[in-house]
Design a protein around this ligand. Structure first.
Ligand code: SF4
Length: 365
């Protein structure tokens, strides 16, 4: 079900009329979803160049919360505050927090005994929690609640005697953490070929779970193959791929037929940002992942009249705006915002910081 709305807005700062397009999709209820293409925006022809700015884009609720956690901790306790792994996978965010006093470490062994440490949005395994306890570290947990959901599912299914097939990318921080919940009964698969290689002792009691930031299409193919091989396999009650990952991919799918290139603001190690590039390329449109506008190259926009712009869930909005300014300065004078779905998700802070909500830091989006 689709509804489209246009708003025409005068942007006084740019002395320009903006056409804001709202496209509402009914939310998909499972991995099987329908892509709805807005047919009433036509690609620009001739010399007029256009930007289609996708919405939703950029920060998700888990990223906002994780950055707030570091900011509030710095505010409350002062520097240094240790953070295990990148708080979120974005170079600019990490650099900004580092200059505010956060110290990023790879392992807890780098944190002085008894010091305060924050776990990143991607979550940690029980072994890391145990190590923190052993070193008497004061832990603040910024794990995204949607990652915690997958951990809890792994624990529950393992207790019930299921073999768990975890769909995800090897060595991603989130996958390492989830695998650690029930390592003795969890198998990691990253593609259909991995599924074909699986040997499961009890195919009557098997469940699949997924990383939160996967491609909807690829995951759907893997789940399909799992169901063929293991007809009794069950899945999580609601899909593990998070709302932010899903919405950003749906927006890219909807707009791909209307542009000749997509620029995705995000870091190379951001899983959900990389998936946006893949989704667009799969639709036959070149896509590029950029940390910021300084990485735009002439070749990316050669012959491109209409360029779409989006941002991964860990990319700040000011980088998107800088990219828009850069494109405008290079002849892309028209701007349309295509809103595929409204997003209004917020997560509460970890309980140890909740009483300090009046200090809630407004992250630089
Ligand atoms: Fe949470 Fe999804 Fe954001 Fe990851 S991308 S932090 S799972 S909301």
């Amino acid at each position: 079900m689709v509804s489209c709305r246009f708003h025409v807005v005068f942007d006084a700062s740019k002395a320009q009329l903006l056409v804001i397009l709202n496209i509402s999709l009914m939310p998909p209820t499972s991995l099987a979803y329908e892509t709805v293409i807005p047919t009433d925006i036509a690609p620009v022809s001739g010399t007029q160049k256009k930007i289609i700015l996708l919405k939703p884009r950029g920060f998700c609720a888990g990223v906002v919360r994780a950055i707030d956690v570091v900011r509030i901790a710095l505010d409350l306790y002062g520097a240094p505050i240790y953070v295990r792994k990148e708080i979120v996978h974005n170079r600019h965010v990490v650099d900004e927090l580092r200059s505010a006093g956060a110290i990023f470490v790879e392992e807890l062994s780098e944190v002085p005994v008894g010091a305060r440490v924050i776990f990143s949005a991607h979550g940690v395994s029980p072994a890391v929690r145990a190590e923190a306890k052993e070193r008497r570290l004061q832990v603040i947990d910024a794990t995204c609640p949607l990652v915690t959901k997958v951990h809890l599912e792994a624990v529950r299914f393992a207790k019930q005697g299921y073999t768990i097939v975890l769909i995800g990318h090897r060595d991603h921080d989130e996958v390492t953490g989830t695998l650690g919940e029930a390592p003795e009964c969890t198998f990691l698969v990253s593609d259909v070929e991995d599924v074909d290689r699986l040997t499961i002792k009890d195919p009557e009691r098997i469940v699949y779970l997924t990383q939160t930031t996967l491609s909807l299409d690829e995951t759907s193919d893997i789940v399909h193959r799992l169901r063929e091989r293991f007809p009794k396999i069950v899945g999580p009650k609601t899909q593990d791929i998070c709302y932010a990952t899903e919405n950003r991919q749906l927006a890219v799918k909807a707009v791909a037929p209307l542009c000749q290139a997509l620029l995705v603001v995000g870091s190379q190690n951001s899983s959900n940002s990389r998936r946006l590039v893949e989704v667009c390329e799969k639709a036959g449109v070149p896509a590029y992942l950029l940390d910021d506008c300084s990485e735009v190259q002439f070749a990316m926009l050669k012959g491109v009249d209409t360029v779409a712009v989006t941002a991964g869930a860990s990319a700040p909005e000011h980088l998107v705006q800088e990219l828009i300014d850069h494109l405008r300065a290079n002849g892309y004078s028209d701007l349309e915002e295509a809103e595929i779905k409204e997003e209004d998700v917020r997560f509460t802070l970890p309980s140890d910081l909740e009483s300090f909500t009046p200090r809630l830091y407004t992250v630089r989006a």
